[in-house]
Design a binder for this molecule. Structure first.
Ligand code: FEO
Length: 398
């Protein structure tokens, strides 16, 4: 596809990665895009670049608008390799007179590319640069999600180029939010938030407050991944406010893996109890669900039950995986418990319970619930009652 003019003389010149399925542990089952933007003004400016293998796609788009030697400035909003992998190729091609980045951005660029003799211009929140008819305002967004991250805002066009924030991993032929089904777009945006930004939720709250204080007039948000918010920039800002407050609903997920179906039987009975309490419930077998899809469902779930059989005196490997991943993302305000089956030693449920404590999950039972070998009818009734108990507690607080 061709470059796309998103505002007068501002063009999407990025690349679509149709094939990527694993983005550092995140399941990108619909691919992604690396968005870069060219501003055609007295000083031609390229905001962000693309992942290294996609450099030629970006150059192809830029050549539809200007010759590469005409590019005067580059802006590096974020140094992670999916946006800066082609940085050196871009610098060699454009020979920019100035490269704008945050202080931490300059440090990260030096540590990535060891390129000391480049025309870096460090900018801070409140700094601005004229490109001719347009102005670039810089807003540092430190730790959202890297120390170097920043936004570039163009007031003449009410355009916020937001780096990773407000993005989605979704490769489509569409470039704008109004060209795709809204529910699917919001699902991809929620998945992106849950897996990339959840642990920085307190900082997202501070940033939203700062953006309000800056009184920015925004009618388009252009993230570095996925669709550009042309019709509903307010909708994604409102969603970020909700997600960063970790608002949850009467919903629970029951995450488990199983060796000989005992833990699975327990998970299903627990889910039945939750369902009968009127809780929206999703049993999530780790044989079926990817870790990033589990975190997506956890985003708006109040309830969280996790089960594992004991294997070699410890956790089943997939359960260890999801617990490590989940703990790192720092979900808050959940209610739940640990469960599992075992043969003789039975450590797994206790280890899960410790993870839940570390994540400050309110556990509704003092000890994790364990069944030896295969649960009988009475044991499954206890699982069902535990599901109901969790459901009752969820309804007390949501
Ligand atoms: Fe899309 Fe943090 O890189």
């Amino acid at each position: 596809m061709k470059a796309v003019e998103i505002k007068p003389d501002i063009y999407w010149v990025g690349a679509i990665d149709w094939k990527i399925r694993d983005f550092h542990g995140y399941s990108t089952y619909k691919g992604t895009t690396y968005n870069a933007f060219l501003i055609k003004d007295a000083k031609v400016t390229l905001v962000d670049t693309v992942k290294a293998p996609f450099f030629n796609q970006m150059i192809h788009h830029i050549k539809e608008i200007v010759e590469p030697y005409e590019v005067d400035y580059m802006v590096v909003n974020h140094v992670e390799m999916d946006h800066s992998g082609s940085f050196l190729q871009a610098v060699e091609t454009f020979k920019p007179k100035k490269i704008f980045c945050s202080e931490m951005g300059k440090k990260a660029l030096l540590q990535h590319f060891h390129s000391i003799d480049l025309p870096y211009e460090v900018v801070r929140t409140g700094d601005y640069v004229s490109t001719g008819k347009k102005t670039l305002h810089f807003i540092e967004t430190r730790m959202l999600h890297w120390p170097d991250s920043m936004f570039t805002y163009i007031p003449e066009d009410k355009l916020l180029i937001s780096s990773d924030a407000f993005g989605q991993h979704w490769a489509t032929s569409a470039r704008f939010d109004d060209e795709v089904p809204s529910d699917e777009l919001m699902y991809h945006a929620a998945k992106y938030y849950a897996n990339i930004l959840l642990l920085y939720s307190p900082l997202v709250q501070k940033l939203l407050t700062k953006v309000k204080e800056l009184n920015l007039d925004i009618d388009m948000i252009a993230p570095d991944h996925g669709l550009i918010w042309r019709k509903s920039p307010g909708k994604i800002i409102e969603a970020y406010d909700r997600w960063s407050r970790q608002e949850a609903k009467r919903k629970a997920i029951v995450v488990y893996d199983t060796m000989w179906h005992s833990t699975e039987k327990m998970a299903n009975a627990i889910s039945d109890g939750l369902i009968d309490e009127g809780i929206e419930t999703l049993p999530m077998s780790l044989k079926v669900y990817h870790r990033s899809d589990i975190i997506t469902e956890l985003l708006d779930s109040k309830g969280l039950a996790i089960g594992s059989p004991t294997l070699n005196n410890g956790l089943f490997p997939t359960v260890a995986d999801i617990l490590t991943y989940m703990k790192g993302l720092k979900p808050l305000g959940k209610i739940g418990f640990a469960f599992g089956s075992y043969g003789w030693s039975g450590e797994a449920a206790g280890i899960i319970s410790q993870y839940l404590s570390d994540m400050k999950v309110e556990q509704i039972i003092d000890q994790p619930f364990r069944i030896q070998y295969v649960p009988d009818h009475e044991a499954l009734k206890k699982c069902y009652e535990l599901g109901r108990k969790l459901g009752e507690r969820i309804k007390e607080v949501v």
